[in-house]
Write a protein that binds this ligand. Structure first.
Ligand SMILES: CC(C)(COP(=O)(O)OP(=O)(O)OC[C@H]1O[C@@H](n2cnc3c(N)ncnc32)[C@H](O)[C@@H]1OP(=O)(O)O)[C@@H](O)C(=O)NCCC(=O)NCCS
Length: 484
C-alpha cells in the first residue's frame, strides 16, 4: 500500500490536519525501508528490517517501552495515510536531584532525589520527497509537548495499563493541535512515574532541535586509536588471573601495584550496574547539597542493567550478521571489589566490513568504585576542585589515588583498543569523561585525541520538571549509554 499523499494536497507544516500518531506495523515497515540506506548500510535490507523489529523486544524497548511516531494527516485512515516525518521514543529510567523546603518548623532545605522517566528520541527522518517543508520541525514541536506526559504513570522497564501506550482507538493519534502553544493544566502522575525530561542526539548540529526546546549539552569525546599491536598483550593480560597479575606486574613509582584489566561478560553486568546506580544516587544527593548548588537541578539517566542491555543486544544482532559471531568481551574491569574501575562498551557498525571509518567501539559507561566519599566520585563528578575542604595533595599521595586511576585507565583502554582492532573499529570513543578521568588519561600516557563535536551526536535535553530551566540543568553522566 503506497502513500496517499498524492490524493491530498501537501498540507503546510502548520496545518491543523497534521497530527502526531503512533505508527501501525505496516507504517513502521514503510519507514524502516526508507531509513535502511541511511542507518543500516552494514546490514542487508532484510536484516535491517529484522533488527528494527527485534529492537522492539529487548530491555527498555519491550512492553511498549519504544514508541514509533509519525506525522501524518488526520483525514486519512491508518495504513493509507502519508508519513510526512517519523521518529521513535524510548522510555528510560531517570533521576533528578534538587533542593526542597523542609516541612514543619525550623525551615531550611533538604535534598530530594526523585525517580522518574525520560524519553530518548531517535531516528528522526523525513522522506526526501517531503523535505524542507517544515514537517520534521512540526513533528518535533509536537513531540516535545507529547513526551511531557507520554507514559507518565508507568515505570521504565515495567509493563502496565499505560505501559504500551496503545488503545487510543483513533488511528493511534496522540496529539492533535494546530501548532500553537496550549497551556493546559494536566493531572500530574504519581511521583516516581513522572516524565522528568527527554533527550536526543542530534546529527544535524545544535540549532534545529534547540529552537524546538532541546538545549545542547556537552558533546566531547576522547578518541583512542585501535591497537592491533597491543592486542596480543592485552588478551594475554585479560586472560591472566588478577592475583597472579598483581604479583608479576611490578609496581608504579609510588608503590601502587599495577593490576591487569579483566574482560567483562554479560554475567558480570548486573552487579556492576547496581554498584554504579547506588553511587550515582549518592553523588546526585551530594551535588544538590553542596555549597553553590543553589537552584541547580541535577539530572541523570540511571545506568542500570537494562540501559546497557539495550546496547549490547543491538550489538549482538549486528555482529552476528556482519561477523557471524557475537563478542564475548563487553567491557573491562580493573582492581579488587571496593576499588574497581570498569568500562562497559559496545561496537557500532555503520561501515560494516568494507568501511572501517564508520565503525566505533563506544565506551557506554566508565565507572570508578569506592573513591573517597568526601572527595566526590571521579567517574561522576564534573568538578573535583569545588570542595574547599578536599586536599588534592593527600589524594595524589596517600594511597596514590590518581596513579591508581591512571593505571586502571591504561589497562582498560588498552583492552578496549585491542578489541577495537579485532572487531574492525576505527577508534575507541569515551564521551564526556569528567576532569579526574581526563587527568587519569593524561597521566596514563595514552595516545588520544579530544574531539568537540559540533554537528554529530549533539547531546540535547528538554526538561519537564518545575525546578529550574533546561539551560540551567546539570546533566550528570552524559555518556554514551544514554544514546538511542
Ligand atoms: C533532518 C531531516 C529530518 C529534516 O527533515 P525536514 O522535514 O526536511 O525538516 P524541516 O523542513 O522541518 O526543517 C528543515 C530543517 O532541518 C535543517 N537540516 C536539514 N538537514 C540538515 C543537516 N544535514 N544539517 C543541518 N541542518 C539540517 C534545516 O536547516 C532546517 O532547519 P530550520 O528549520 O532551523 O531552518 C531530514 O533532512 C532527514 O530525514 N535527514 C536524514 C536523516 C537525519 O539526518 N535525521 C536527523 C537525525 S538527528
Amino acid at each position: 500500500m503506497g502513500s496517499s499523499a498524492t490524493d491530498l494536497e501537501l498540507p503546510p507544516a502548520d496545518s491543523p490536519s497534521l497530527v502526531l500518531a503512533k505508527a501501525t506495523e505496516a507504517e513502521r515497515l514503510r519507514t524502516w525501508s526508507k531509513t535502511h540506506p541511511l542507518w543500516g548500510p552494514a546490514l542487508s535490507r532484510e536484516d535491517y528490517l529484522a533488527r528494527e523489529a527485534y529492537l522492539t523486544t529487548v530491555p527498555l524497548a519491550k512492553d511498549g517501552g519504544i514508541t514509533h511516531w509519525i506525522l501524518t494527516d488526520a483525514r486519512a485512515p491508518p495504513d493509507a495515510r502519508p508519513i510526512y516525518s517519523s521518529c521513535e521514543s524510548l522510555r528510560k529510567p531517570a533521576l533528578a536531584a534538587y533542593r526542597v523546603k523542609k516541612q514543619g518548623e525550623g525551615g531550611g532545605e533538604a535534598v530530594k532525589v526523585e525517580d522518574g522517566l525520560a524519553h530518548g528520541v531517535g531516528s528522526v527522518f523525513t522522506d526526501e520527497k517531503y523535505r524542507g517543508r517544515g514537517y520534521a520541525g512540526r513533528m518535533m514541536q509536537e513531540m516535545g509537548r507529547a513526551l511531557r506526559t507520554w507514559q507518565a504513570g508507568t515505570r521504565a522497564g515495567a509493563s502496565g495499563p499505560h505501559g504500551c501506550g496503545c488503545g487510543s482507538g483513533n488511528g493511534g493519534v496522540v496529539a492533535v493541535s494546530d501548532g500553537k502553544e496550549e497551556e493546559e493544566e494536566e493531572e500530574e502522575a504519581p511521583e516516581g512515574t513522572r516524565c522528568l525530561f527527554s533527550i536526543l542526539y542530534s546529527d544535524i548540529g545544535k540549532k534545529f532541535y534547540a529552537s524546538r526546546g532541546w538545549a545542547p549539552f556537552a558533546s566531547t569525546h576522547l578518541s583512542f586509536p585501535p591497537a592491533a599491536a597491543a592486542a596480543a598483550t592485552a588478551k594475554d593480560n585479560a586472560a591472566a588471573d588478577s592475583q597472579a597479575a598483581a604479583a608479576t606486574n611490578g609496581s608504579s613509582s609510588n608503590g601502587t601495584t599495577e593490576l591487569r584489566a579483566r574482560p567483562i561478560g554479560y554475567h558480570e553486568l548486573a552487579e556492576l550496574c547496581a554498584v554504579d546506580e547506588r553511587q550515582l544516587r549518592a553523588s546526585l544527593a551530594r551535588r544538590a547539597a553542596r555549597r553553590g548548588s543553589g537552584k541547580t537541578t541535577h539530572v541523570a539517566l540511571v545506568p542500570n542493567l537494562d540501559q546497557m542491555l539495550w546496547h549490547l543486544m543491538r550489538e549482538d544482532f549486528v555482529t552476528k550478521h556482519v561477523f557471524g559471531r557475537t563478542p564475548a568481551v563487553r567491557g573491562a574491569v580493573y582492581g579488587a571489589p571496593g576499588r574497581r574501575l570498569w568500562a562497559v562498551w559496545t561496537r557500532g557498525y555503520y561501515g560494516g566490513l568494507e568501511r572501517v571509518e564508520g565503525n566505533t567501539l563506544h565506551v557506554l559507561r566508565f565507572a570508578v568504585e569506592g573513591w573517597r566519599e568526601e572527595g566526590g566520585d571521579p567517574a561522576i563528578d564534573d568538578d573535583d576542585d569545588d570542595d574547599d575542604d578536599h586536599d588534592h595533595e593527600s589524594c595524589r599521595g596517600e594511597g596514590g589515588d590518581y596513579e591508581y586511576l591512571a593505571a586502571g585507565m591504561r589497562a582498560i583502554v588498552r583492552l578496549a583498543q585491542a578489541e577495537a582492532a579485532e572487531w574492525r573499529s576505527a577508534d575507541v570513543q569515551m564521551w564526556n569523561p569528567p576532569p579526574a578521568l581526563r587527568r587519569a588519561v593524561d597521566l596514563a600516557g595514552l595516545e588520544h585525541e579530544v574531539v568537540e563535536r559540533d554537528k554529530d551526536s549533539i547531546a540535547s535535553l528538554m526538561w519537564y520538571g518545575k525546578q529550574g530551566r533546561t539551560e540551567e540543568l546539570d546533566w550528570v553522566l552524559n555518556e554514551k549509554y544514554g544514546w538511542c
